[in-house]
Design a protein around this ligand. Structure first.
Ligand code: TYD
Length: 134
């Protein structure tokens, strides 16, 4: 499945910790957009869709949350709980975000501007497309 953990550089001194991510370096694409999720109630589920072409990197800036990924066959559950470790998610994977801690802040870097046409929001459609396109 086209995903991987990426550990980010940290600069730590007695004033605190600085973490950075550069486009086309630690982030393996040219970033066009960033967005963040905050104030998710603990019972909330977000996502519930796949993207045709969009690439994303997600991390928990604060708190933690679970990211479920599926390619239609396999499924993995990843706990995002570090501000210096992000998950790269390639195109064509179904994703859900759940079990947010009350303080969770999830930062997402994306390879394209928001485009509703890039979303696959129906699970059956997702499975059919996987069969058709591999
Ligand atoms: P959506 O991607 O469905 O959220 P999630 O997957 O977290 O549940 O987006 C929710 C709404 O926000 C939807 O109406 C589209 C809008 N939106 C933007 O306008 N710009 C963005 O960059 C994103 C991610 C969403």
């Amino acid at each position: 499945m086209n995903h991987r953990w990426i550990d980010l550089p940290r600069v730590i001194d007695d004033r605190g910790t600085l973490v950075f991510a550069e486009a086309e370096r630690q982030i393996p694409f040219a970033v066009k957009r960033a967005y963040w999720l905050v104030d998710a109630p603990p019972a909330a589920t977000r996502g519930g869709h796949a993207h045709v072409a969009l690439e994303q990197c997600l991390l928990a800036l604060k708190g933690s949350l679970t990211l479920d990924l599926s390619d239609g066959d396999e499924r993995v559950s990843l706990r995002l709980e570090s501000c210096s470790r992000m998950v790269y998610v390639g195109p064509g994977l179904w994703r859900e975000l759940r079990d947010f801690t009350p303080d969770a802040a999830c930062l997402v870097f994306a390879s394209a501007y928001y485009d509703e046409a890039d979303y696959i929001r129906d699970w059956e459609t997702f499975l059919l497309r996987r069969k058709a396109h591999g």
